[in-house]
Design a protein around this ligand. Structure first.
Ligand code: SAM
Length: 269
């Protein structure tokens, strides 16, 4: 039986430890505080699909450490509200926003994306969600909530990192989901749910290659810094995460699990 491995709690509560910063730099090239399969060139591309202006307000669902939200707010000069279920993630994000004098632009709140969101209708100009849709089992109501809080004609962009596109064993799925609650779907399901929730699917793109690249580099960087990580993580968690990353690498490089980005638009009027 595969053991549960903690990725989010411990990572967010030690986010500013030097060794984690070094590992992020070696993994992503440019460290914006991401904790996913996202690189900056990719994020820039996703952001460019949203036609954002400085007067806009973006909702980032599952904002993690708040790093990507901070990057977005800096680049577009807009406001960003980030929600995440993880308390340490929200604490680290809030701390960062205060430290860099960005509290006027960035707000972070603890919220579960699987239940109705604590926001008014039509409150946001875009929704961004990177590598977290797999944690939302009730996906139709999650998408309906995004539609509710978006202004008409505005867009949501999200990645699903675990679309099943090849044969996978129960053991492989167990290892891939050892970090928490996962929903795996075959191709076609996200497309259907997007339309059913009242969006128009504008485009989708296969971005699996980034997950293979990042997971491979992340695992190698962690292995190089094993001695510095062990006092923070302990042996069991270290090995568990190494196994998790090896599985992500194997499944994505063999294209048996794919990572897809979806761009959806709320019908105008
Ligand atoms: C792979 S991380 C991605 C974080 C961030 N988007 C990034 O790119 O760095 C997935 C995030 O989903 C969050 N998450 C998991 N379940 C959630 C839920 N039910 N509601 C809100 N956030 C959730 C986790 O705490 C974690 O921060």
């Amino acid at each position: 039986m595969t053991k549960r491995v903690d990725l989010y709690d411990s990572t967010y509560s030690h986010f500013t430890e030097q060794v984690l910063e070094v590992i992020r730099k070696e993994t992503y090239g440019q460290d914006i505080g991401q904790n996913s399969w996202l690189t900056v060139d990719e994020y820039d591309r996703f952001i460019s699909w949203l036609s954002l202006l400085p007067e806009h307000h973006v909702l980032e669902v599952a904002s993690g450490s708040g790093g990507p939200a901070c990057y977005l707010a800096n680049n577009v000069n807009c406001r960003v509200t980030g929600i995440d279920a993880n308390e340490s993630g929200i604490a680290s994000a809030t701390q960062n926003a205060i430290q860099f004098n960005q509290s006027h632009q960035l707000i972070f709140k603890i919220a579960d994306a699987n239940v109705p969101l604590p926001f008014e209708d039509n409150a946001f100009d875009a929704v961004v969600c990177v590598d977290a849709m797999n944690h939302f089992p009730n996906r139709l109501s999650v998408l309906q909530e995004w539609r509710r809080v978006l202004r008409p004609g505005r867009r949501a962009v999200f990645t699903d990192p675990v679309v099943i596109t090849g044969p996978v064993t129960n053991n492989e799925l167990a290892l891939r989901s050892s970090i928490g609650l996962f929903l795996f779907v075959p191709p076609g399901v996200n497309e259907l749910l997007i339309e059913k929730a009242g969006f128009h699917l504008v485009q989708q793109e296969d971005v699996t290659e980034n997950a293979a690249l990042v997971s491979g580099r992340w695992r190698q960087a962690r292995q190089r810094h094993r001695d510095a990580l062990l006092p923070i993580e302990g042996e069991e968690r270290f090995e568990g995460l190494q196994q998790f990353l090896a599985e992500v690498y194997r499944l994505t490089s063999e294209r048996r699990l794919s990572r897809i980005v979806y761009l959806a638009e709320k019908h105008a009027g």
